[in-house]
Design a protein around this ligand. Structure first.
Ligand code: ZN
Ligand code: ZN
Length: 369
């Protein structure tokens, strides 16, 4: 079968929207018709060469949701017609981590930038017959995709699929970082640096955890207004030492209990670290370009301040746990999803979506099929 897809062909060039050939699912795979896919900054890092992938062309896109159209003979627990959210790390179910339910740490995770399916082969070819990779083993910038059953979570059919797509990446990344990594407690103070897809969800995650002071920091003023709607109590439009000073002023010179670095860690980690209270947590949720290999924090300062610096991928909890949990929170009104979507685009218009992301116009742009 054929599918229209957005391919990454050249670093620094727009995505190429082309018709590709898609092979049917193998025994443990399923064919999914995409309904919606979010425009996450991670794909943009790939397009700009800041996050290297092993091959081109590759279908990007990893924040997708859709409907199952075909299943392989060995698939279990998934049926034709099921609504699914794609997960950007497969949960193989067999490794040291998956055996403990920690699918976000799956041993197969490092392979998601390689291109092939989980079984090592390819399902996609371009019009010239060249093999085409699938970013994160999902390749969701495509009308249809074939993925291993390890890369999906089945959801209830009444959840709108454009909202369901958001819980594939940005929402768990942010909400989970507050709930599962920092373990924000009622009454805590929080700083969120960078109020995009991840950061805005850290804001709402901190609100759900009962934080009483939530300081949003972003250099785009509109994002500070949005952050207030998601639960921020204060907004700071500053960077570097100015940001640190502003946060210390807002916290009686003590600093916040938890700081979240949700954009550009090379620039924002040190100011966030210094705006954190002694014994506080600094959580990194954002990608750093491959070309940056170190960040200067003095070991003595780390030692005497007794702070913890930690990473959180996928909100530091299994998507199989978080996705149903987040959708239940949405159902009871505790979690904002529709409010996260700024604009919807057709697949043909995907590059305009990324231009809008780059210009800071979108909280989340979503391609709808
Ligand atoms: Zn993402
Ligand atoms: Zn695994």
């Amino acid at each position: 079968m054929h599918s229209l897809a957005a391919l990454f062909r050249e670093v620094g060039s727009p995505l190429s929207v082309e018709r590709i050939k898609l092979d049917p699912p193998q025994p443990t795979e399923i064919l999914v018709r995409l309904a919606a896919v979010g425009l996450c900054r991670t794909d943009y890092h790939v397009m700009r060469g800041e996050r290297r992938v092993a091959m081109r062309p590759m279908v990007l896109g990893h924040e997708g949701a859709g409907i199952v159209e075909q299943i392989g003979a060995a698939v279990s627990g998934i049926e034709i017609g099921d609504h699914v959210v794609l997960t950007f790390i497969p949960g193989c179910g067999r490794c040291h981590w998956c055996a403990q339910g920690l699918h976000h740490l799956c041993a197969e995770g490092p392979r998601i930038t390689q291109g092939p399916q989980l079984d090592g082969s390819y399902r996609r070819r371009d019009s010239g017959g060249a093999e085409v990779g699938a970013f994160c083993m999902v390749g969701a910038f495509s009308e249809r995709t074939v993925v291993d059953q390890a890369s999906v979570v089945v959801i209830d059919r009444d959840i709108p699929l454009d909202l369901a797509a958001l819980v594939a990446c940005g929402v768990p990344a942010g909400v989970g970082a507050a709930r599962y990594r920092a373990r924000v407690k009622p009454g805590d103070s929080v700083l969120v640096v960078g109020c995009g897809g991840d950061g805005m969800n850290v804001v709402q995650g901190a609100r759900l955890c009962g934080a009483t002071k939530i300081i949003a920091a972003d250099i785009v003023p509109a994002k500070l207004d949005w952050a207030r709607e998601f639960g921020a109590t204060d907004g700071v439009s500053a960077r570097g030492e100015t940001l640190t000073r502003a946060v210390l002023e807002l916290t009686d010179g003590i600093g916040v209990d938890h700081a979240f670095v949700c954009i550009d860690p090379p620039e924002t980690l040190l100011p966030a670290f210094r705006a954190t209270a002694k014994a506080g947590n600094v959580v990194i949720t954002a990608l750093t370009p491959d070309t940056v290999t170190s960040i200067g924090i003095s070991p003595l300062e780390l030692f005497v301040s007794q702070k913890a610096i930690m990473g959180a991928v996928y909100g530091f909890a299994s998507p199989r746990l978080q996705i149903p949990e987040l959708l239940a929170l949405y159902r009871t009104g505790g979690l904002k999803l529709g409010e996260l979507i700024t604009r919807r685009y057709g697949l043909d218009d995907i590059n305009r979506g990324y231009a809008d992301l780059d210009a800071g116009k979108n909280l989340r742009g979503v391609v709808v099929f």
